[in-house]
Design a protein around this ligand. Structure first.
Ligand code: MN
Length: 203
């Protein structure tokens, strides 16, 4: 079984007006599909990897044969990063419960966290991602990566992410990345983020 493009839990226009329908269609059916196809193609000579979880492959990238490692890092990274992104988006819900307490504990306050996350997203030079991650001690932090690199490769579990590649916002926001970053908070499904936090701290 090769890797498949995950389906969205909502419609392409569900995130309007914050993330527009046309961007969602192109992002999911063209960009994410392309990462999926190229990830599968990269592993064609090593089909035993199709049996693993994609997240496990990226977390242990050094185990991927050298001749396809860069292709797997880029396209497998794109595959899992977008899957997480779709999962944490949706009809915006409220941040509450254990995750809110942990954010206040580790990042000072919800306001401080949002500021740090927005700053990571705004200052990522060129293409990449902003992240809220959990370390092996259960501690939260904000980070950013270039291209399609995943925090999993650094032993961190991502629970919230924002795609700051231009393909993620250019149609609606053009050069105004900060406006896209601000709008993102309206469409975060905190219930799903909280569930990811719970899973990450139970392991
Ligand atoms: Mn993208």
């Amino acid at each position: 079984m090769t890797f498949e493009l995950p389906k969205l839990d909502y419609e392409y226009d569900s995130l309007e007006p914050h993330i527009d329908k046309q961007t969602m269609i192109t992002h999911h059916t063209k960009h994410h599909q392309a990462y999926t196809d190229k990830f599968n193609a990269a592993l064609k000579a090593y089909p035993e990897f199709y049996e693993k979880r994609a997240e496990e492959i990226i977390a242990n990238i050094a185990n991927v044969p050298k001749d396809v490692r860069t292709a797997v890092r880029n396209n497998g990274g794109g595959y899992i990063n977008h899957a997480l992104f779709w999962h944490i988006l949706g009809t915006g819900t409220k941040l509450s419960g254990d995750l809110k307490v942990a954010i206040e504990r580790d990042l000072g306050s919800v306001e401080n966290f949002k500021e740090a996350f927005e700053n990571a997203a705004a200052t990522q030079f060129g293409s990449g991602w902003a992240w809220l991650v959990v370390d092996s001690e259960g501690k939260l932090s904000v980070t950013k990566t270039s291209n399609q690199d995943s925090p999993l490769t650094d032993g961190l579990t991502p629970i919230l992410c924002l795609d700051v590649w231009e393909h993620a916002y250019y149609l609606k926001y053009q050069n105004k990345r900060p406006d896209y970053i601000k709008a993102f908070w309206n469409v975060v499904n905190w219930d799903n983020v909280a569930e990811l936090y719970e899973n990450a701290t139970q392991e």
